[in-house]
Design a protein around this ligand. Sequence first.
Ligand SMILES: [Zn+2]
Length: 124
Amino acid sequence: MCLIFTCGEHTFRKEVEGYEGITCQCHNCGNWAGHVIKSNPWFTFCFVPVVPLSIHGYHDVICNICHFAQPLENRQDVQAMKRGVEGGGNIPMQNQPPPPQQQGGPPQGWGQAPPQGQAPMRYG
Ligand SMILES: [Zn+2]
């Protein structure tokens, strides 16, 4: 697309959280060179982005070799990859300390008489 007058379109692309480093197969050329990229197209005026054409953008699987773009929603296998990452155990676990347990033995008066003063010492 080379619609360059005074207005046009510019697409911001960045990696999608959760899909970093995931390589998937391109359905166009068959190479494992696809990456999930989030695209945010903007309407540009005099080459300055002014209006986002898509509020949330959209996710594409873009091939690095043939630059074939495919909507992520059509790639269930790629979405499964993300789920696999989430379940792979690479998520940093939040080490929550166990709740404090008050274990000081049975409360006083339970089972045995509480100590009432010191027994008198007897010599002899
Ligand atoms: Zn390709």
